[in-house]
Design a protein around this ligand. Structure first.
Ligand SMILES: Cc1cc2nc3c(=O)[nH]c(=O)nc-3n(C[C@H](O)[C@H](O)[C@H](O)COP(=O)(O)OP(=O)(O)OC[C@H]3O[C@@H](n4cnc5c(N)ncnc54)[C@H](O)[C@@H]3O)c2cc1C
Length: 333
């Protein structure tokens, strides 16, 4: 396979219940910059029902949207998705192929890369084009201590990119593009049967405006209640360090960090969290960081905008009371 055979950038637009995941718009934002450097087309491929708003992908920067229209894609079945995607990628022959590093994207992209016999860099945090027009895939390595720059010899060059790394592409309703309807390959997956879908959507840390996160300092499920109460009063969600997740007190869906969720809230409250680099990797872009810690030398203090030094088991109940008093919560009965 020579380089010349391959042209253009394809972005997989992930959808659930016909709603396009915002990471797809972030990829379109970055994709536009890459495409202008390479002077090539920017395409998206979306799989799902006729109700998907394909125009929105044009408004966000796609020159062409390949819509593989079929109700079968309402189920996130990697085998059926990957076979359809492999077919279209083989037809279009893009030089670059990007996926969001969502749970589904992380599961789907390697299957496609394996069939296409090409490389895949997972969880990229940045993408650039070098002087030879090759994609530089940048991602943290060795527990976030270095940023690896990876290039692939094979085509298409494939990467998954973390959610909330790039700004969303701006919306321009005057943009004109082409919607190409593609026939799906009808397949049956007899290997996997989806029995029940358990949703983590009410946790959805990545989109939370306020996150109250807690670490290994928490010793029991009972103690978690004060964190949940503070999060609720602030209109936020509960996050956790990996050390706490490992105790089993809280589920992995709440984990913030390198191997958990990446968050960018307006306010991040770190309660009894030391601030290990792997945790900080997931929350350092928060607008305002408030640390509650009994150790003034904890690394989290260095990145916090405000620090409260002391025992969180005293401080958090006081904060809760203060907020309730200010807003008369529970006092007007
Ligand atoms: C490959 C890899 C990936 C990782 N990924 C992640 C990740 O995604 N997310 C993540 O969080 N970690 C991750 N880790 C683990 C990370 O290195 C740390 O071990 C972890 O973040 C520590 O969690 P912690 O701060 O809750 O616990 P600790 O480091 O034990 O810190 C507890 C903190 O609580 C404070 N404290 C204790 N009692 C109180 C009290 N009563 N009041 C106030 N403060 C108190 C202490 O002073 C201390 O600062 C990863 C590690 C590796 C090797």
């Amino acid at each position: 396979m020579t380089e010349k055979e391959y042209n253009g950038i394809i972005i997989f637009a992930e959808q659930k219940n016909n709603n396009i995941h915002k990471v797809s718009y972030e990829l379109l934002g970055k994709g536009k910059l890459l495409a202008s450097k390479l002077k090539c087309g920017l395409y998206t491929v979306v799989l799902g029902s006729k109700d998907i708003d394909t125009d929105e992908l044009i408004y966000r920067g796609a020159d062409k949207v390949y819509h593989i229209e079929d109700e079968v894609f309402n189920k996130p079945d990697e085998l059926i998705y990957s076979q359809n995607l492999v077919k279209i990628i083989e037809e279009i022959k893009p030089e670059i192929c990007l996926f969001g590093a969502t749970t589904f994207g992380r599961s789907l992209a390697p299957r496609i890369a394996a069939v296409l016999e090409t490389g895949l860099t997972a969880d990229c945090t940045d993408l650039q084009i070098d002087e030879d027009g090759k994609l530089i895939q940048i991602r943290p390595a060795f527990s976030e201590n270095i940023l690896a720059h990876i290039k692939s010899d094979n085509y298409p060059q494939m990467a998954t990119v973390r959610y909330k790394e790039f700004d969303e592409a701006e919306r321009d309703e005057s943009r004109i593009g082409e919607i190409v309807k593609v026939q799906s390959i009808k397949l049956e997956n007899n290997l996997v049967e989806i029995i029940e879908e358990i949703s983590n959507e009410d946790i959805n840390l990545a989109d939370a405006n306020v996150v109250v996160a807690v670490g290994a300092s928490l010793k029991s499920l009972e103690d978690l209640k004060m964190i949940e109460e503070l999060a609720e009063l602030l209109g936020g969600k509960v996050g956790a360090s990996r050390a706490l997740v490992e105790t089993g007190i809280i589920s992995k869906a709440h984990q913030v960090g390198y191997s958990g969720n990446r968050v960018k809230p307006t306010i991040y409250v770190a309660c009894g969290i030391s601030g290990a680099p792997q945790h900080v990797a997931g929350m350092k872009d928060s607008d305002t960081i408030i640390a509650i810690n009994n150790d003034p030398s904890a690394p989290i203090i260095n990145i916090a905008d405000y620090s409260i030094i002391g025992d969180m088991f005293k401080i958090i109940p006081e904060l809760i009371n203060e907020i309730k008093n200010k807003h008369n919560v529970g006092n007007n009965m």
